[in-house]
Design a binder for this molecule. Sequence first.
Ligand SMILES: Cc1ncc(COP(=O)(O)O)c(C=O)c1O
Length: 394
Amino acid sequence: MKYANRMKNLHASEIRELLKITERPDIISFAGGLPAAELFPIEEMAAVSATVLKEHGEKALQYSTTEGFQPLRKWIAERENQRIKTKLTEENLLITHGSQQALDLVGKLLINKGDVILCESPTYLSALNVFKTFEGQVLEVQTDQDGMIVSDLERLLKETPNVKLLYVIPTFQNPSGKTWSLERKKQILAVANRYDVAIVEDAPYEELRYSGEFTLPMFSFPESKNVIRTGSFSKILCPGLRLGWIAADVEVIEKLVLIKQSTDLQCNTFTQMQIVQFVQENDLDAHIARLIQAYRSRRDAAISAIKKYFPENTHYTRPEGGLFIWLELPEPLNTTALLEKSLERNVAFVSGESFYAEHPRYNTMRLNFSCMNEENIEIGFKILGELVHEELAK
Ligand SMILES: Cc1ncc(COP(=O)(O)O)c(C=O)c1O
Protein backbone atom coordinates (compact mmCIF):
# COMPACT_ATOMS: atom_id res chain seq x y z
CA MET A 1 0.00 0.00 0.00
CA LYS A 2 1.35 3.47 -0.89
CA TYR A 3 0.43 5.43 2.21
CA ALA A 4 0.17 9.22 2.32
CA ASN A 5 3.26 11.09 3.49
CA ARG A 6 1.47 12.17 6.67
CA MET A 7 1.54 8.57 7.90
CA LYS A 8 5.32 8.84 8.36
CA ASN A 9 4.70 11.14 11.32
CA LEU A 10 2.21 8.90 13.09
CA HIS A 11 3.10 6.14 15.53
CA ALA A 12 1.01 3.99 17.85
CA SER A 13 0.44 5.89 21.07
CA GLU A 14 1.97 4.29 24.14
CA ILE A 15 -1.14 5.26 26.07
CA ARG A 16 -3.55 3.54 23.70
CA GLU A 17 -1.40 0.38 23.85
CA LEU A 18 -1.27 0.65 27.62
CA LEU A 19 -5.01 1.08 27.94
CA LYS A 20 -5.39 -2.41 26.46
CA ILE A 21 -3.34 -3.85 29.34
CA THR A 22 -5.12 -1.74 31.92
CA GLU A 23 -8.44 -3.29 30.98
CA ARG A 24 -7.25 -6.36 32.88
CA PRO A 25 -9.23 -6.46 36.14
CA ASP A 26 -6.13 -7.23 38.26
CA ILE A 27 -4.38 -4.01 37.23
CA ILE A 28 -4.40 -0.88 39.38
CA SER A 29 -4.25 1.76 36.70
CA PHE A 30 -3.23 5.39 36.95
CA ALA A 31 -2.59 5.39 33.21
CA GLY A 32 -5.63 6.54 31.21
CA GLY A 33 -7.51 9.78 31.71
CA LEU A 34 -10.61 7.82 32.60
CA PRO A 35 -13.45 9.33 34.61
CA ALA A 36 -14.82 7.13 37.41
CA ALA A 37 -17.26 4.76 35.70
CA GLU A 38 -19.13 4.03 38.95
CA LEU A 39 -20.23 7.69 38.93
CA PHE A 40 -21.78 7.59 35.47
CA PRO A 41 -25.52 8.39 35.70
CA ILE A 42 -26.53 5.08 34.13
CA GLU A 43 -30.12 4.89 35.34
CA GLU A 44 -30.78 8.50 34.37
CA MET A 45 -29.29 7.86 30.93
CA ALA A 46 -31.47 4.77 30.53
CA ALA A 47 -34.55 6.81 31.42
CA VAL A 48 -33.79 9.69 29.06
CA SER A 49 -32.88 7.32 26.23
CA ALA A 50 -36.29 5.66 26.56
CA THR A 51 -38.05 9.03 26.62
CA VAL A 52 -36.20 10.32 23.55
CA LEU A 53 -37.01 7.19 21.58
CA LYS A 54 -40.63 7.07 22.70
CA GLU A 55 -41.40 10.74 22.24
CA HIS A 56 -39.04 11.80 19.44
CA GLY A 57 -37.96 8.47 17.92
CA GLU A 58 -38.28 9.47 14.27
CA LYS A 59 -36.26 12.62 14.78
CA ALA A 60 -33.65 10.95 16.99
CA LEU A 61 -32.89 8.25 14.43
CA GLN A 62 -32.89 10.57 11.42
CA TYR A 63 -30.07 12.61 9.81
CA SER A 64 -29.77 16.07 11.26
CA THR A 65 -27.81 19.30 10.73
CA THR A 66 -24.01 19.48 10.65
CA GLU A 67 -23.93 22.34 13.18
CA GLY A 68 -25.57 20.09 15.75
CA PHE A 69 -28.95 19.78 17.46
CA GLN A 70 -30.17 23.37 17.93
CA PRO A 71 -31.53 22.98 21.50
CA LEU A 72 -28.19 21.49 22.57
CA ARG A 73 -26.21 24.36 21.03
CA LYS A 74 -28.55 26.86 22.65
CA TRP A 75 -28.21 25.16 26.03
CA ILE A 76 -24.39 25.11 25.81
CA ALA A 77 -24.33 28.79 24.78
CA GLU A 78 -26.50 29.82 27.73
CA ARG A 79 -24.53 27.72 30.21
CA GLU A 80 -21.19 29.06 28.97
CA ASN A 81 -22.49 32.65 29.04
CA GLN A 82 -23.31 32.21 32.71
CA ARG A 83 -20.14 30.36 33.68
CA ILE A 84 -17.51 32.22 31.70
CA LYS A 85 -19.26 35.55 31.03
CA THR A 86 -19.44 35.30 27.24
CA LYS A 87 -22.16 36.44 24.84
CA LEU A 88 -22.49 33.29 22.77
CA THR A 89 -25.51 32.26 20.74
CA GLU A 90 -25.99 28.87 19.11
CA GLU A 91 -24.43 30.39 15.96
CA ASN A 92 -21.10 30.40 17.81
CA LEU A 93 -21.23 26.66 18.44
CA LEU A 94 -20.47 23.51 16.50
CA ILE A 95 -21.17 20.12 18.10
CA THR A 96 -18.31 17.63 17.64
CA HIS A 97 -17.45 14.04 18.51
CA GLY A 98 -15.65 15.02 21.70
CA SER A 99 -13.06 17.75 21.92
CA GLN A 100 -10.71 15.37 20.11
CA GLN A 101 -12.69 15.85 16.91
CA ALA A 102 -12.80 19.56 17.66
CA LEU A 103 -8.99 19.60 17.56
CA ASP A 104 -8.96 17.59 14.34
CA LEU A 105 -11.40 19.98 12.62
CA VAL A 106 -9.43 22.99 13.79
CA GLY A 107 -6.28 21.32 12.44
CA LYS A 108 -7.94 20.93 9.03
CA LEU A 109 -9.07 24.56 9.18
CA LEU A 110 -5.73 26.11 10.02
CA ILE A 111 -2.67 23.94 9.41
CA ASN A 112 -0.77 23.77 6.14
CA LYS A 113 2.19 21.42 5.74
CA GLY A 114 5.17 22.93 7.56
CA ASP A 115 3.15 25.42 9.65
CA VAL A 116 4.41 25.75 13.19
CA ILE A 117 2.19 25.04 16.18
CA LEU A 118 3.40 26.17 19.60
CA CYS A 119 2.29 24.26 22.66
CA GLU A 120 3.06 23.89 26.34
CA SER A 121 5.88 21.61 27.36
CA PRO A 122 4.61 18.97 28.12
CA THR A 123 1.19 18.83 26.44
CA TYR A 124 -1.73 16.56 25.50
CA LEU A 125 -0.40 13.70 23.41
CA SER A 126 -3.39 13.27 21.10
CA ALA A 127 -3.28 16.96 20.18
CA LEU A 128 0.33 16.47 19.10
CA ASN A 129 -0.83 13.60 16.90
CA VAL A 130 -3.52 15.76 15.30
CA PHE A 131 -0.97 18.45 14.44
CA LYS A 132 1.40 15.82 13.03
CA THR A 133 -1.41 14.40 10.86
CA PHE A 134 -1.63 17.75 9.12
CA GLU A 135 2.17 17.76 8.75
CA GLY A 136 2.57 20.72 11.09
CA GLN A 137 5.75 21.22 13.06
CA VAL A 138 5.17 21.40 16.81
CA LEU A 139 7.52 23.44 19.00
CA GLU A 140 7.52 23.55 22.79
CA VAL A 141 7.11 26.66 24.89
CA GLN A 142 8.52 26.36 28.40
CA THR A 143 6.13 26.66 31.34
CA ASP A 144 6.35 27.58 35.02
CA GLN A 145 3.76 27.31 37.80
CA ASP A 146 1.69 30.15 36.24
CA GLY A 147 1.53 28.82 32.69
CA MET A 148 3.44 29.44 29.46
CA ILE A 149 6.51 31.60 30.00
CA VAL A 150 5.92 34.85 28.13
CA SER A 151 9.57 35.52 27.25
CA ASP A 152 9.96 32.00 25.80
CA LEU A 153 6.85 32.47 23.67
CA GLU A 154 8.13 35.85 22.42
CA ARG A 155 11.53 34.36 21.62
CA LEU A 156 9.94 31.60 19.53
CA LEU A 157 7.61 34.00 17.75
CA LYS A 158 10.54 36.27 16.88
CA GLU A 159 12.69 33.38 15.66
CA THR A 160 10.02 31.43 13.78
CA PRO A 161 8.32 32.99 10.74
CA ASN A 162 5.44 30.58 10.10
CA VAL A 163 3.73 30.13 13.46
CA LYS A 164 0.06 29.44 12.83
CA LEU A 165 -1.34 28.41 16.12
CA LEU A 166 -0.87 28.38 19.85
CA TYR A 167 -2.42 25.29 21.45
CA VAL A 168 -2.99 25.60 25.21
CA ILE A 169 -4.81 23.90 28.08
CA PRO A 170 -4.74 26.63 30.75
CA THR A 171 -6.94 24.88 33.33
CA PHE A 172 -5.90 21.63 35.05
CA GLN A 173 -3.65 20.83 32.14
CA ASN A 174 -3.20 17.35 30.73
CA PRO A 175 -0.65 16.01 31.62
CA SER A 176 0.80 18.43 34.19
CA GLY A 177 -2.30 19.31 36.22
CA LYS A 178 -1.18 22.97 36.17
CA THR A 179 -3.50 25.98 35.98
CA TRP A 180 -2.47 29.32 34.50
CA SER A 181 -2.82 32.52 36.50
CA LEU A 182 -5.18 35.20 35.21
CA GLU A 183 -2.27 37.59 34.69
CA ARG A 184 -0.42 35.03 32.57
CA LYS A 185 -3.49 34.44 30.39
CA LYS A 186 -3.71 38.20 29.75
CA GLN A 187 -0.02 38.40 28.87
CA ILE A 188 -0.02 35.39 26.54
CA LEU A 189 -3.16 36.59 24.74
CA ALA A 190 -1.57 40.03 24.24
CA VAL A 191 1.57 38.47 22.72
CA ALA A 192 -0.43 36.14 20.45
CA ASN A 193 -2.51 39.09 19.23
CA ARG A 194 0.61 41.15 18.56
CA TYR A 195 1.95 38.38 16.30
CA ASP A 196 -1.50 37.62 14.85
CA VAL A 197 -1.41 33.99 15.93
CA ALA A 198 -4.64 32.09 16.63
CA ILE A 199 -5.09 30.36 19.97
CA VAL A 200 -6.88 27.08 20.58
CA GLU A 201 -7.92 27.03 24.23
CA ASP A 202 -8.79 23.44 25.12
CA ALA A 203 -10.94 23.27 28.25
CA PRO A 204 -12.26 19.76 28.89
CA TYR A 205 -11.49 19.80 32.64
CA GLU A 206 -12.50 23.35 33.55
CA GLU A 207 -15.61 22.42 35.56
CA LEU A 208 -13.78 19.90 37.74
CA ARG A 209 -12.30 22.30 40.32
CA TYR A 210 -11.54 20.96 43.83
CA SER A 211 -9.75 23.97 45.34
CA GLY A 212 -8.49 27.46 44.46
CA GLU A 213 -10.21 30.29 42.63
CA PHE A 214 -11.85 30.15 39.20
CA THR A 215 -10.53 32.72 36.73
CA LEU A 216 -11.96 33.48 33.31
CA PRO A 217 -10.50 31.68 30.28
CA MET A 218 -8.79 33.70 27.52
CA PHE A 219 -11.84 33.11 25.34
CA SER A 220 -13.85 35.38 27.66
CA PHE A 221 -11.50 38.38 27.39
CA PRO A 222 -12.60 41.26 25.11
CA GLU A 223 -9.33 40.88 23.12
CA SER A 224 -10.08 37.23 22.26
CA LYS A 225 -11.13 37.50 18.61
CA ASN A 226 -8.49 34.95 17.52
CA VAL A 227 -9.32 32.42 20.24
CA ILE A 228 -11.12 29.16 19.48
CA ARG A 229 -12.44 27.27 22.49
CA THR A 230 -13.06 23.52 22.71
CA GLY A 231 -15.29 21.90 25.31
CA SER A 232 -16.55 18.42 26.11
CA PHE A 233 -19.18 16.32 27.87
CA SER A 234 -16.59 13.58 28.42
CA LYS A 235 -15.44 14.61 31.88
CA ILE A 236 -18.66 16.16 33.20
CA LEU A 237 -21.01 13.41 31.96
CA CYS A 238 -19.57 10.37 30.14
CA PRO A 239 -16.82 10.04 27.53
CA GLY A 240 -18.54 7.14 25.75
CA LEU A 241 -21.17 9.57 24.43
CA ARG A 242 -18.36 11.20 22.41
CA LEU A 243 -19.84 14.67 22.40
CA GLY A 244 -18.06 18.00 22.65
CA TRP A 245 -18.12 21.38 20.98
CA ILE A 246 -16.22 24.24 19.44
CA ALA A 247 -17.05 27.82 20.40
CA ALA A 248 -15.74 30.56 18.12
CA ASP A 249 -16.70 33.56 15.98
CA VAL A 250 -19.59 32.83 13.62
CA GLU A 251 -17.30 33.16 10.60
CA VAL A 252 -14.97 30.46 11.99
CA ILE A 253 -17.88 28.17 12.85
CA GLU A 254 -19.26 28.50 9.32
CA LYS A 255 -15.95 27.31 7.89
CA LEU A 256 -15.72 24.48 10.41
CA VAL A 257 -19.21 23.35 9.40
CA LEU A 258 -17.98 22.91 5.82
CA ILE A 259 -15.12 20.77 7.11
CA LYS A 260 -17.29 18.68 9.40
CA GLN A 261 -19.74 18.09 6.55
CA SER A 262 -17.06 16.33 4.55
CA THR A 263 -15.69 14.55 7.62
CA ASP A 264 -18.81 12.87 9.02
CA LEU A 265 -21.87 14.95 8.04
CA GLN A 266 -22.94 15.41 11.67
CA CYS A 267 -22.75 14.04 15.20
CA ASN A 268 -25.08 11.32 16.36
CA THR A 269 -28.58 12.85 16.53
CA PHE A 270 -29.81 10.45 19.22
CA THR A 271 -26.89 11.20 21.57
CA GLN A 272 -27.36 14.94 21.21
CA MET A 273 -31.04 14.55 22.06
CA GLN A 274 -30.18 12.29 25.01
CA ILE A 275 -28.02 15.03 26.49
CA VAL A 276 -30.71 17.67 26.06
CA GLN A 277 -33.24 15.34 27.71
CA PHE A 278 -30.73 14.56 30.46
CA VAL A 279 -30.18 18.21 31.38
CA GLN A 280 -33.95 18.85 31.30
CA GLU A 281 -34.76 15.97 33.64
CA ASN A 282 -31.67 16.09 35.87
CA ASP A 283 -29.52 18.60 37.65
CA LEU A 284 -26.18 18.52 35.81
CA ASP A 285 -24.59 20.87 38.37
CA ALA A 286 -25.52 18.49 41.18
CA HIS A 287 -23.99 15.62 39.17
CA ILE A 288 -20.78 17.61 38.67
CA ALA A 289 -20.74 18.46 42.39
CA ARG A 290 -20.78 14.70 43.15
CA LEU A 291 -17.87 14.16 40.77
CA ILE A 292 -15.95 17.00 42.40
CA GLN A 293 -16.49 15.58 45.86
CA ALA A 294 -15.23 12.13 44.85
CA TYR A 295 -12.27 13.38 42.80
CA ARG A 296 -11.18 15.87 45.46
CA SER A 297 -10.92 13.07 47.98
CA ARG A 298 -8.96 10.91 45.47
CA ARG A 299 -6.63 13.80 44.67
CA ASP A 300 -5.97 14.31 48.38
CA ALA A 301 -5.32 10.59 48.86
CA ALA A 302 -2.90 10.66 45.92
CA ILE A 303 -0.98 13.67 47.24
CA SER A 304 -0.61 12.19 50.71
CA ALA A 305 0.51 8.85 49.24
CA ILE A 306 3.18 10.63 47.19
CA LYS A 307 4.42 12.38 50.33
CA LYS A 308 4.45 9.06 52.18
CA TYR A 309 5.98 6.71 49.62
CA PHE A 310 8.05 8.65 47.08
CA PRO A 311 11.57 10.03 47.63
CA GLU A 312 11.66 13.45 49.25
CA ASN A 313 13.25 15.08 46.23
CA THR A 314 10.35 14.08 43.95
CA HIS A 315 8.70 17.18 42.46
CA TYR A 316 4.99 16.96 41.83
CA THR A 317 2.09 19.24 40.95
CA ARG A 318 -0.78 19.74 43.38
CA PRO A 319 -3.61 20.15 40.88
CA GLU A 320 -6.54 22.38 41.82
CA GLY A 321 -8.74 20.22 39.60
CA GLY A 322 -8.83 17.87 36.64
CA LEU A 323 -7.59 14.30 36.62
CA PHE A 324 -3.78 14.30 36.72
CA ILE A 325 -0.70 14.71 38.88
CA TRP A 326 2.67 15.15 37.18
CA LEU A 327 5.81 13.84 38.81
CA GLU A 328 9.45 14.65 38.19
CA LEU A 329 11.54 11.96 39.81
CA PRO A 330 15.17 12.25 40.82
CA GLU A 331 17.47 11.72 37.83
CA PRO A 332 18.73 9.48 36.26
CA LEU A 333 15.52 7.54 36.84
CA ASN A 334 13.84 6.53 33.57
CA THR A 335 10.08 6.06 33.90
CA THR A 336 9.72 4.02 30.71
CA ALA A 337 11.98 1.36 32.23
CA LEU A 338 10.12 1.74 35.51
CA LEU A 339 6.80 1.11 33.75
CA GLU A 340 7.86 -2.38 32.67
CA LYS A 341 8.63 -3.23 36.29
CA SER A 342 5.45 -1.68 37.65
CA LEU A 343 3.33 -3.62 35.15
CA GLU A 344 4.94 -6.81 36.48
CA ARG A 345 3.51 -5.73 39.83
CA ASN A 346 0.13 -4.91 38.26
CA VAL A 347 0.35 -1.14 38.52
CA ALA A 348 0.12 1.09 35.43
CA PHE A 349 0.96 4.73 34.81
CA VAL A 350 2.11 6.71 31.77
CA SER A 351 5.74 7.67 31.45
CA GLY A 352 6.12 11.36 30.72
CA GLU A 353 8.27 11.22 27.61
CA SER A 354 5.35 10.89 25.15
CA PHE A 355 3.93 14.27 26.17
CA TYR A 356 6.84 16.28 24.81
CA ALA A 357 6.77 17.64 21.26
CA GLU A 358 10.54 18.09 21.09
CA HIS A 359 12.66 17.31 24.14
CA PRO A 360 11.37 14.39 26.20
CA ARG A 361 12.21 14.31 29.88
CA TYR A 362 12.62 10.68 30.85
CA ASN A 363 12.31 11.13 34.62
CA THR A 364 8.67 12.28 34.43
CA MET A 365 5.37 10.44 34.83
CA ARG A 366 1.65 11.21 34.71
CA LEU A 367 -0.60 9.74 37.36
CA ASN A 368 -4.36 9.78 36.91
CA PHE A 369 -6.24 9.79 40.21
CA SER A 370 -9.90 9.83 39.10
CA CYS A 371 -10.69 6.23 38.28
CA MET A 372 -9.18 4.37 41.26
CA ASN A 373 -10.68 4.58 44.75
CA GLU A 374 -8.66 5.79 47.76
CA GLU A 375 -7.75 2.24 48.80
CA ASN A 376 -6.29 1.38 45.40
CA ILE A 377 -4.52 4.73 45.25
CA GLU A 378 -2.82 3.89 48.56
CA ILE A 379 -1.84 0.37 47.41
CA GLY A 380 -0.76 1.42 43.91
CA PHE A 381 1.24 4.51 44.94
CA LYS A 382 2.99 2.45 47.64
CA ILE A 383 4.13 -0.06 45.02
CA LEU A 384 5.28 2.74 42.69
CA GLY A 385 7.13 4.51 45.50
CA GLU A 386 8.88 1.28 46.49
CA LEU A 387 9.93 0.66 42.89
CA VAL A 388 11.33 4.19 42.60
CA HIS A 389 13.36 3.71 45.80
CA GLU A 390 14.62 0.32 44.51
CA GLU A 391 15.70 1.81 41.18
CA LEU A 392 17.47 4.73 42.82
CA ALA A 393 19.30 2.40 45.20
CA LYS A 394 20.87 0.44 42.28
C1 LIG B 1 -6.58 18.21 26.94
C2 LIG B 1 -7.54 17.28 26.27
N1 LIG B 1 -8.17 17.68 25.16
C3 LIG B 1 -9.04 16.89 24.53
C4 LIG B 1 -9.32 15.62 25.00
C5 LIG B 1 -10.30 14.77 24.23
O1 LIG B 1 -11.40 14.49 24.99
P1 LIG B 1 -12.84 14.13 24.39
O2 LIG B 1 -12.65 13.92 22.92
O3 LIG B 1 -13.27 12.93 25.09
O4 LIG B 1 -13.67 15.34 24.66
C6 LIG B 1 -8.69 15.15 26.14
C7 LIG B 1 -8.97 13.79 26.64
O5 LIG B 1 -8.49 13.32 27.59
C8 LIG B 1 -7.77 16.02 26.81
O6 LIG B 1 -7.11 15.63 27.90
